[in-house]
Design a protein around this ligand. Sequence first.
Ligand code: MLT
Length: 412
Amino acid sequence: MAYLNDNYLKLQAGYLFPEIGRRVKAFCDAHPAGAQRLIRCGIGDVTEPLPPAVVGALHRAVDEMASRATFKGYGPEQGYEWLRAAIAQHDYRDHGLEVADDEVFVSDGSKCDCGNILDILGARNRIAITNPVYPVYVDTNVMAGHTGGANASGAYSRIVYLPCRARNGFVPEPPRRAVDVVYLCSPNNPTGAAMTRDQLEAWVKYALAHNALLLYDAAYEAYIAEPGIPHSVYEIPGARDCAIEFRSFSKNGGFTGTRCAFTIVPKTLLASTRTGERKPLHPLWQRRMTTKFNGTAYIIQRGAEALYTPEGRVQVRALIEQYMGNAKILRVGARRAGLKVFGGVNAPYIWVRTPKGVTSWQAFDKILGDANVVITPGSGFGSKGEGYFRISAFNSRANAEEVADRLKAMAW
Ligand code: MLT
C-alpha cells in the first residue's frame, strides 16, 4: 500500500492565486464584455519585457550552447562561480556587508527556496509567521508536518502568528515567548510595509537572545525608496549569526518567467541538533542543493549576470521606476476613491482597507464586476488581512492609469 503525506490534507482550500484564477475565469466566461476590458492587478507578476542587457546575454548564451566548443552540460548545483561572485560583490560587499562568494546559493526562485529551506530545519521548531503573510511560508510548513490542523479561522496550531495591523504599521514585533524560526518579509508582501533599521535590529537582538533563526525574504529590496530602510538583514550587526536571506531576480530584473534567485547562508550561522549541539547550517544547505538540485540553467544564469553590468543596472532602475510610478498613481487613485491606503512607497504593492462592512472577497467580486479589475483579497493572506485588498503595481503605465480611474468611478 502507498501512503500519502497526510499533512497535505490539512491545507486550507487551494493556493490563493489559482483560486483567484478560477474566479476570474468564471467571471470572464459569464461576462465576455467584462473579460475584454479586464485588467489584472492580482498576482505580483511583472509585465514589462526583460532588460535589453539580459536579452543580449541570453542570446549569447544560447549560441554558446549551440557549439561543441562552448556547450555546457551540468553546472555547479549552487550556481556558477562568476554569478555567485557578482552577487556577493555587487549586492553585499560593495555595500560594506560581509558575504563570501560561497555563501551565495543560486536557485530557480525564492518561492522554491523559502519552501525548500525546511529540508534542513527540524520538525520541532516553533515557527513564527506574520498575519497577513505570503502564503508559501505557511503552506510549506503545513506540508512538512510542522503544524497541527487549522481552526475555523484558518490558523494552524503550533504556528505562532504575529499580527500586522495598521496600528503597528503592519510590521511585526518580536513575541514575548521564545520561538525558533521567524519568517520576515521586508519590503512586505502583501502589505507593502518596510521595516526600519530599529525594527530589524529588535528582531536580530531577539534571534540572538533565543538562538532563533530569521528567514529574511528580501525579494522586493530593489523597491526601497526611503532612506533608513535596510536593504539586507546583514546590515544589522549579528545577523550573520542568526539569519538566512532570500533574494530574487523576479521583481527587479523581470525574471518571474525566466526563473533565477539566490539564498545567502552565512557560514557562521548555527542551529541545534536534537542533543543541543550547535552546528553550521551552511554544509547542510550545500548538501541539500547538491543532492536535490542540478543547478539553474547556464543560459539563465548568464542572463542574471547581465543585470549587474552598468547597462543592466540602468535598465533595472528604469523598470523599478516604471512600477513605482504605477504604485503612486494607484495609491492616489485609491485614496481619491475614498479608500484608506497603505504601502506602495517602498514596495510595488498597495494595501487598501475595504469600505466599512465589506469583506475582502466581497471587495474582490465588486471590483471585478464593476471595474473589471482583478485585485487580491487580503483575507487570502491570513485572517488579519480580512478587511483589506492588495493592488499590484506590476503593469503598464496605461493600465495603472486606467485602474486608478475605474476605482475612482466606483460607487461602494
Ligand atoms: C504575489 O503576488 O504575492 C507574488 O507574485 C507571489 C510570488 O512572488 O510568488
